[in-house]
Design a protein. Sequence first.
Lengths: 108, 153
Amino acid sequence: MEVDLLAVRRVFKDVLSGRITREQADRWAYVVMQKEDAGVLKYMPPGDRECIWAGVMYLYGVDTRKGPNEYLHTNDDVMTAMKAKLGAASETEDAMPVLTSMTGGRGA
Amino acid sequence: MTVRLNSTAEISPLLGDHGGVEAKSERSVLPGSVVPIRPTAQELGEKLSLERLHQIDRAFFGPFFRDKYGTGGDRALENGRIRYYGPVQRATGAGELAGRRYVHEFDTMTGCIRGWHETVDCSGNVRQVRPERENGSVRHYQFDGNGRYEGSW
């Protein structure tokens, strides 16, 4: 499985736009984390590893709630985190297909 | 045939008469050097303290987990487990709750791994735990400011 900054950014954007749920984003990040632990995750380019991983680890658990019906993080929190974790990549123009075409293994 | 070591000691195995070659000893042309091995703590009759064992565990396993899961710190537990703490992901507008962090626990005895998300308050107390489940479903366990379990959903 390969992952790049644009893929992570796309998940952030999809969460913020409501295209995917936070639970879906959490599961996507969980799969990425499992691939990393299994040693089969490739960072593209490898130099972006730190930013990619920081973004993935934010998305993992982004569905945490502070109460039964309320998420812990507001959308503003998620937006701020995206900018902080992804840096310049968070500002890139959105011209990418939807999440399902690039994960290469959601739910695998 | 002669097996020659890089020391003055030589071993001449008994080969019978294979090939009709008679076994004989030769002196090594290389001078032997003996490096004294530093005695271990056990040989000295010392017992490694638990704290020292934990230090060794943290140093040994750190490279595997610290970069990925322990940027917020790590802690060795007395039961041989090491907990790696991720950074606190800040939450605004969550009242007394400051944010959440992912905790990755590695059992040095079994190699088993488990992880969960902790929600912490502004004083650093863990107020909520959300374990990762095998079947993917999640549940939140809530605690008050004194660590008393309040309930789950």
